[in-house]
Design a protein around this ligand. Structure first.
Ligand SMILES: [Fe+2]
Ligand SMILES: [Fe+2]
Length: 340
């Protein structure tokens, strides 16, 4: 593997070799997007090394402040939804703002002191947590720890093209003051909550703890609830109506046992995956894509695909899928193969 180098040019070249582009760097003309059913696959090795160097040499954000420092696959923007990976270095805090796309984050690695700030409340960054800043909620990120924080973003950009309105804090405040105690939203948005006079809008920030997600996966395994097409699959439900995480996308987690293979299905929603645990492969229209822990990959709409765990332990995939949007639009279709 080539060295990341020390200049912006070096980093752009390194990222291009890994089919990635970086925020705050030149994006055009570095690499030709790949084609084919398995083109949307990016290795954690490339992502991590690119992010680390970005953290050292790329400053993004107005007036020298830290903005979004992320990498995304060159081919990702061919899809209506996508994931990218982001880093926040020790001591950094991003400028607070709100915008019209939903911002959703899966924590991959972070020191205990790192937090997301959403609507004036701190949310811890515990590995495997999914934290949602729905459209038009204020958010910033703050790494008060001594090591970098990494997370995976999931976006529904394709559903609001050209209208991702951005707004800074009132009175040009750079950050949100944390005025609510940690856990306030979780305590008041779950099974126990105040009686709302009006429907909640915007949607509230949400935190889905890894411990709860893991417990649900394990409970389903014990109950024998394995789907022949998706293994043990759960979605992170909206606390507002129990439906999918957001009107546009659902965050999902799924688990496959050692050696498990699924049957094939296809649907006209797009799925972006993050390989959270283990090793495995997805076969898309006969093309096999072997993934490793930390990789990001996508299954394009309406392509037959099946999963396999080719490790000797459980494998766990997190994913975002735009089936909620497709269903609302009346376009959702799914077909299941009968045993091949
Ligand atoms: Fe944002
Ligand atoms: Fe699928």
């Amino acid at each position: 593997m080539t060295d990341v180098g020390t200049t912006h040019e070096d980093l752009e070249r390194f990222l291009a070799e890994h089919h990635l582009v970086g925020a705050g760097l030149r994006r055009e003309g570095r690499a030709v997007p790949r084609t084919g059913n398995t083109a949307a696959h990016w290795s954690w090795e490339g992502i991590r090394r690119g992010l680390m160097r970005s953290g050292e040499i790329v400053t993004v954000g107005p007036n020298g402040m830290t903005g979004m420092r992320s990498v995304v696959g060159i081919e990702a923007k061919n899809f209506p939804i996508w994931m990218n990976a982001q880093i926040l270095m020790p001591g950094e805090r991003t400028q607070a703002h709100r915008n019209l796309r939903s911002e959703t984050r899966l924590v991959w690695e972070a020191p205990p002191e790192a937090i997301f700030v959403c609507e004036y409340e701190a949310y811890p960054m515990e590995r495997g947590d999914v934290v949602i800043s729905p459209a038009w909620t204020f958010h910033d990120h703050w790494n008060k720890g001594a090591t970098p924080a990494f997370w995976i973003d999931g976006y529904d950009n394709g559903y609001n093209p050209n209208v991702n309105i951005n707004e800074r804090m009132p009175d040009a405040q750079p950050y949100e003051e944390i005025t609510k105690p940690m856990g306030y939203g979780q305590k008041t948005l779950a099974l126990v909550r105040p009686i709302a006079k009006l429907p909640p809008f915007p949607l509230p920030p949400m935190r889905y703890r890894w411990t709860d997600t893991q417990a649900a996966l394990e409970a389903m395994r014990e109950a024998g609830k394995t789907d022949p097409y998706d293994g043990i699959l759960i979605m992170l439900a909206s606390p507002v109506d129990g439906g999918p995480t957001l009107p546009t996308i659902a965050w999902q987690a799924q688990m496959f046992s050692a050696g498990q293979k699924t049957l094939a299905h296809r649907h006209n929603s797009t799925t972006f995956y993050f390989a959270f645990e283990g090793e495995g492969a997805v076969t898309i229209e006969g093309e096999r894509l072997q993934w490793h822990k930390g990789d990001i990959f996508a299954v394009p709409a309406w392509k037959w695909h099946s999963h396999e765990n080719n490790d000797n332990t459980d494998s766990i995939l997190f994913s975002i899928d735009d089936w909620p949007a497709m269903r609302k639009l009346g376009f959702y279709m799914k077909e299941e193969a009968k045993g091949f």
